[in-house]
Design a binder for this molecule. Structure first.
Ligand code: GDP
Ligand code: MG
Length: 310
């Protein structure tokens, strides 16, 4: 199969019929075998019935209904497991992303050889309460990940088949799929300026909590990406550093007391700092040993992303 179009959705009944006909119109001139995977994430409106009905006129639909609302990441992960296309394109269901971008995104993967191409809503039609925090967030992610994308969390993205099969998305990690892909070794990441429209029906589904959860997920991703298979290298090295500095500080104090007969050592800030560093350092070692014991039992510990074998 050439193409899988993946659409995660939550309460978007009004948008779906127009979305499907727009997709069809945008790609019918291509001779592609394709599927449209729609994941209804426990919507409490009529979205699922609408999908079932649409299936009669659009046999390319693959519908998945999750029993409750698990979040966009979970929906994407389910769809990625299912996707058969050589190219997988994700898009939002709310008609804000234009399906007319699909042919060019497809070519950027197949012809230009990108592993992942992210849309860039250069001209956005969203309220400022959304656009300003997003700029900040994109800057932070660029700095932390070293990936030069302007619009990390654009819903419209294209992937090579292997990419969606090797990233695992949960929590709020759909915001960072390019980072996850890079950790797996997919480094040819491109960007395409895409059209963006204002929301026609319904309301946005992401409130303020995206600003607290997102950064935490970014921390998790960068930690697991770097140290997930060798946690002791992180905990052990920081633990060792802390302990050594602590021991040095206390040694200085001991020398002062024993050789130079300096009094009142136990009330000096350096004394408390030295003790604190030793205690925290040892705790970090313990955390490291525990993490190693846990990851030993992880069947994925020795799983690596293989590009090719002959
Ligand atoms: N599967 C799933 N999709 C969701 C959820 N929340 C939002 N979406 C979909 O993600 C897309 C973008 O959401 P939207 O509310 O438009 O976000 P915004 O464009 O950033 O304001 C839309 O297609 C939504 O239906 C969710 O909890 N689960
Ligand atoms: Mg939207």
């Amino acid at each position: 199969m050439d193409l899988s179009i993946v659409i995660p959705l939550y309460n978007e009944e009004e948008s779906l019929p127009e979305l499907l006909s727009w997709i069809k119109k945008s790609i019918q001139s291509q001779q592609w075998a394709y599927e449209v995977i729609m994941v209804d994430d426990g919507s409490n409106d009529n979205s699922w019935n609408t999908i079932v009905e649409l299936k009669n006129s659009y046999p390319e639909i693959v519908g998945i209904k999750l029993r409750r609302n698990y979040g966009k990441s979970a929906a994407l992960n389910k769809a990625f497991e299912q996707a058969q296309g050589d190219v997988v394109i994700t898009m939002d269901a709310d008609l804000q992303d234009s399906p007319e971008e699909i042919p060019e995104l497809y070519q950027m993967i197949m012809r230009d050889g990108f592993d992942l191409v992210s849309g860039w809503k250069k001209e956005r039609h969203d309220p400022v309460s959304k656009t300003i925090p997003t700029k900040l967030y994109n800057w932070a992610t660029r700095v932390m990940s070293g990936i030069k994308l302007h619009d990390m969390n654009c819903g419209l993205k294209a992937y090579k088949h292997e990419v969606v099969k090797s990233v695992e998305v949960y929590g709020e990690m759909h915001r960072y799929i390019p980072v996850l892909a890079k950790i797996q070794g997919f480094e040819k990441i491109g960007e395409k300026v895409v059209q963006h429209q204002a929301r026609k029906h319904g309301v946005t589904k992401f409130g303020l909590n995206r600003f607290s959860r997102g950064p935490l997920d970014l921390l998790t991703i960068s930690f697991i990406g770097r140290f997930g298979k060798r946690p002791m290298h992180f905990f052990g090295s920081t633990g060792m550093l802390f302990t050594i500095i602590g021991v040095l500080l206390l040694t200085v104090l001991t020398v002062q007391k024993v050789i130079y007969k300096v009094g009142g050592i136990a009330s000096r800030p350096m004394f408390f700092l030295g003790m604190l560093l030793i205690i925290v350092g040892i705790q970090l070692f313990i955390a490291g040993f525990l993490a190693e014991m846990i990851s030993r039992n992880n069947p994925k510990r020795n799983e690596y992303s293989i590009a090719e074998t002959i």
